[in-house]
Design a protein around this ligand. Structure first.
Ligand code: P6P
Length: 340
């Protein structure tokens, strides 16, 4: 029947021949991931009504307070994805070590990396949060999995994307052939194709950064941010400032409106300037989506997808969004004047 829309599973099957890894196995993996996200979405959407808000009293491997919904989302993803039969191991932003699929469960050739509930500091105040995921194929010929199987280039990802839990629940993902967006119709419990072939505007007029950290940046970073705030920039007027404090939400806005999200290095320790955001479960998957939508992502110098992870929870500075805005920021971060 016309007008019913295409479900994400139908979309994967329709494009199966165009997506090398969209074999039945990959579609099955995505199906389990989508099922887990539907469960998380249901809890997020009723969080205010049940005792699932607030803190658990625990501190995660990132040194951050763990919220009940964080823990719930992490548990759902680990439990469901173990049963997918398509994974050999997982890595979660919430867990210090990799999570292997036990020998008594069916295994596959894929590796899943995820941030179960990004933006969790916003959970209790009903601000958009999301699940970010990255899928790799195990390439080592070892019969077992080690953390080294996860220490890969972002360019090796076979798929990546995110679920955004907001006024509606959306799934945005790529398998290397462009980016498509799906919106959950809760009345039928299906993600329907709502935004086919998303293209990020080449330039925007929004900059997204937490300026409370200006004192922790070096002069180059401060000068770069001032460029976007200056009436003398290429726009001839300051960029608009938007900062939700939830990476998935800030990224998603720029994906459609254009603009740049920046989380520069904190240079308080000049010997070890560091970003906050995680390479494997935040920067690399979003960089894959950004580039597939015509955008870009660097660490201030290097293309994110060209960075090989040296440790599981490696952090990187992140400049991501419209191609021309990322180019300008990266140019300025390397002594340029912001010209393309
Ligand atoms: P800050 C949320 O905790 C998060 O990991 C991202 O979602 C968000 O972009 C960032 O941290 C916000 O960090 O230091 O500005 O509060």
């Amino acid at each position: 029947m016309e007008g019913l829309g295409i479900t994400v599973t139908e979309h994967l099957l329709i494009h199966q021949k165009q997506i090398p890894m969209a074999t039945g196995k990959f579609t099955r993996l995505m199906g389990e991931l989508i099922f887990a996200a539907k469960i998380i979405s249901r809890e997020v959407n009723k969080a205010g009504l049940v005792d699932i808000l607030g803190l658990t009293g625990e501190i995660n491997v990132q040194g951050e307070q763990v919220r009940k919904l964080d823990e719930f989302a992490n548990h759902v993803l680990i439990h469901r994805m173990k049963q997918s039969g398509q994974l050999c191991a997982m890595a979660s932003e919430e867990n210090a070590d990799i999570i292997e699929v036990p020998d008594n469960m069916p295994k596959g050739k894929y590796l899943l990396i995820f941030d179960p509930l990004d933006g969790s500091s916003n959970i209790d105040v009903n601000v958009n949060i999301g699940t970010i995921f990255s899928i790799h194929k195990k390439t080592s010929d070892r019969t077992y999995v080690t953390v080294d199987d996860f220490l890969r280039y972002g360019s090796e990802q076979v798929a990546a994307g995110y679920f955004l839990y907001g006024p509606s629940t959306m799934l945005i993902f790529t398998t290397g052939s462009g980016v498509d967006g799906f919106t959950l119709d809760p009345s039928i419990g299906e993600f329907l194709l709502s935004h086919p072939d998303i293209k990020m505007p080449e330039s925007g007029n929004i900059y997204s950064i937490n300026e409370s950290y200006t004192c922790y940046w070096d002069d180059t970073t401060r000068n770069m941010v001032n460029y976007f705030k200056s009436p003398d920039n290429h726009l001839g007027k300051p960029y608009g400032a938007r900062y939700i404090g939830s990476l998935v939400a800030d990224f998603h806005r720029n994906l459609f409106y254009g603009g740049i999200f920046m989380y520069p290095a904190d240079t308080r320790d000049p010997a070890k300037p560091r970003g906050k955001l995680r390479l494997l479960c935040e920067a690399a998957p979003l960089a894959f989506v950004a580039e597939q939508a015509g955008g870009a992502a660097t660490d201030g110098s290097k293309r994110i997808l060209d960075i090989k992870a040296e440790e599981l929870h490696q952090r990187v500075p992140l400049f991501i969004g419209s191609k021309n805005d990322v180019a300008r920021a990266t140019n300025l971060m390397n002594g340029g004047d912001g010209s393309l």
